[in-house]
Design a protein around this ligand. Structure first.
Ligand SMILES: Nc1nc2c(ncn2[C@@H]2O[C@H](COP(=O)(O)OP(=O)(O)OP(=O)(O)O)[C@@H](O)[C@H]2O)c(=O)[nH]1
Ligand SMILES: [Mg+2]
Length: 317
């Protein structure tokens, strides 16, 4: 049955869960109606605070997301949660555990939780995630929390499109800090040292501080460091304050505008790349001709650039 785009978008913007869930399913299935739907709701987006929560497996991201959500709910804010997990083919035990830990949130009408755990999303996981962020934003959620492990191209792309990024560390992971330094230090706006009930939390704070003094690409914002015990709801008020301070910085420095522009650019270009390749390969050249050309490259009869140029020429570009 063809989805009634108007009905879904109206219900969604009015804050109804049924239509929101329906809309998200359409995005996940890459339904042909999705573009109309996203076009309908786009003018209602732009109000939500979009916050990324990134960190190693088991660092306590989901527990922290739950703790933050309870905190935001007490302030009367509605919270949308997207857990991005591109590696697991099934939603699996972690999500089941999350469901039990977050049972109170699953029954709260001011909270919407969705995990995007399907491998090889049609149209790309990053694009689907951004589309779901739009749906939650249009649905009136004040805050959208996006949990990712932060590895892999899709996830990095997701991280690059949020407004504030929280990087979750745990005590006693000196080597891990070294390992993540290259990728994640630069994108962190706020560091959380979670599981601060374990020994070594202060040492980790010191290590991060030292490490940050070596990274130069922060602009005017020096990432703050907050200690939390997510499982006991401790440090969450401080984290909220750190995020507020970061948001104030974003607004007053013009950085928010810059990030929003960057987000728009990445999203448009991602879509262009996908659509362009799909059109070129499937419609203009034909999949068989395309595969034959790849064989030619493999057989050294033509070089990669030459093959690409010949394809563009054939398409009249
Ligand atoms: N001691 C202690 N344990 C915690 C804390 N926060 C979370 N945990 C525990 O750490 C384990 C992992 O927590 P999760 O929230 O599932 O971690 P995650 O980062 O979401 O894990 P993945 O989604 O699988 O990458 C769970 O058993 C939590 O109860 C904390 O502050 N202190
Ligand atoms: Mg998790």
């Amino acid at each position: 049955m063809k989805p009634d785009v108007r009905k879904i978008s109206e219900g969604l913007v009015a804050g109804r869960f049924l239509e929101l869930a329906r809309a998200i399913s359409l995005v996940e299935q890459d339904d042909p109606a999705v573009n109309d739907l996203l076009a309908e709701i786009y003018s209602s987006t732009g109000r939500a605070r979009i916050i990324g929560i990134t960190g190693s497996p088991g660092a306590g991201k989901s527990t922290l997301v739950a703790a933050m959500t309870r905190h935001f709910r007490r302030q009367g804010r509605r919270v949308g949660i997207i857990a991005v997990d591109p590696t697991s083919p099934f939603t699996g035990g972690a999500i089941l555990g999350d469901r039990i830990r977050m049972a109170d949130l699953y029954t709260d009408r001011g909270v919407f939780i969705r995990s995007m755990a399907t491998r090889g999303f049609l149209g790309g996981l990053a694009r689907a995630t951004n589309d779901v962020v739009d749906l939650l934003d249009a649905g009136g959620f004040d805050i959208v929390l996006v949990e990712t492990v932060g590895v892999g191209q899709d996830e990095v792309e997701v991280i690059r499109t949020v407004q504030s990024n929280v990087v979750v560390l745990v005590p006693g992971m000196g080597d891990d800090i070294q390992a993540i330094k290259a990728g994640i230090m630069e994108i962190a706006d706020v560091f959380v040292v979670n599981k601060a009930d374990r020994p070594g939390a202060d040492r980790t704070v010191t290590e991060v501080t030292t490490m940050m003094s070596l990274v130069e690409e922060h602009g005017d914002w020096l990432p703050s460091i907050v200690k939390t015990v997510a499982s006991k709801q401790q440090g969450i008020e401080e984290l909220d304050q750190a995020l507020d301070a970061h948001f104030n910085y974003l607004r007053t420095s013009g950085e928010l505008d810059r990030r929003n522009r960057e987000r728009v650019r990445i999203r448009v270009e991602t879509y262009l790349k996908e659509s362009f390749l799909r059109k070129l390969i499937d419609e203009t050249l034909g999949r068989d001709a395309y595969d034959a050309t790849l064989e030619d490259v493999l057989g050294k009869r033509v070089n990669p650039q030459g093959a690409a140029l010949a394809m563009l020429e054939k398409a009249g570009l």
